[in-house]
Design a protein around this ligand. Structure first.
Ligand code: MN
Length: 183
């Protein structure tokens, strides 16, 4: 039996979770799979709390370079509001050989190595696979990284800038770039 892997490697795919205040607050959970960011919009966010079962709506893939986007999106544009990089890191597929096939089959188990989130997270489709925006649930397994009662809203700062969404929104002219740098 192989020892439990506790450190990620640079070859592991990336994940990012962006806290996005648009018409409604949500967190965008994105997994790098085959060169794109496969994405779910999660109104209550991804959590370490193993008791939580949060709705996750499968949304369109995003390009890989969107993973570093933090800033304001003008009102009137799709997703208008403000975005922070709430967590990021790498992930490993668990219990399957092909991540894309797992998503298509409606269930994927991932081990996250993030700055806030660690441990095993499961995404499972609950809605009809023919729906335009499939309904899934996201949950954290009860493992060594689980924390009962952990609430993503208690950890509101960006992991790249240290800013919260209000600060990003207030500085929109200064920081609205794809990579979070000043302009
Ligand atoms: Mn979004």
């Amino acid at each position: 039996m192989a020892p439990r892997k506790t450190r990620s490697t640079s070859r592991d795919p990336r994940f990012v979770i962006q806290r996005h205040r648009a018409r409604a607050l949500h967190y965008d959970f994105r997994l790098e799979i085959d060169g794109v960011l496969v994405s779910w919009a999660v109104p209550k966010g991804v959590t370490l709390d193993p008791r939580a079962r949060h709705l996750a709506v499968h949304v369109e893939d995003h390009p890989l370079d969107y993973a570093d986007f933090e800033g304001a999106i003008p009102e009137g544009e799709y997703g208008g509001g403000d975005v922070i990089v709430w967590d990021r890191g790498t992930w490993e597929l668990h219990g399957a050989d092909d991540a894309r096939a797992a998503v298509e089959a409606g269930e994927i188990h991932v081990d996250l190595h993030g700055e806030k989130l660690r441990g095993r997270v499961v995404l499972v489709r609950t809605g009809d696979a023919s729906e335009k925006r499939e309904q899934w649930l996201v949950l954290h397994k009860r493992d060594d990284d689980a924390v009962d009662g952990w609430d993503p809203e208690d950890h509101p700062l960006s992991v790249i800038s240290g800013l919260d969404n209000d600060q990003v929104a207030a500085n929109r002219g200064r920081i609205w770039t794809r990579d979070g740098g000043a302009n």
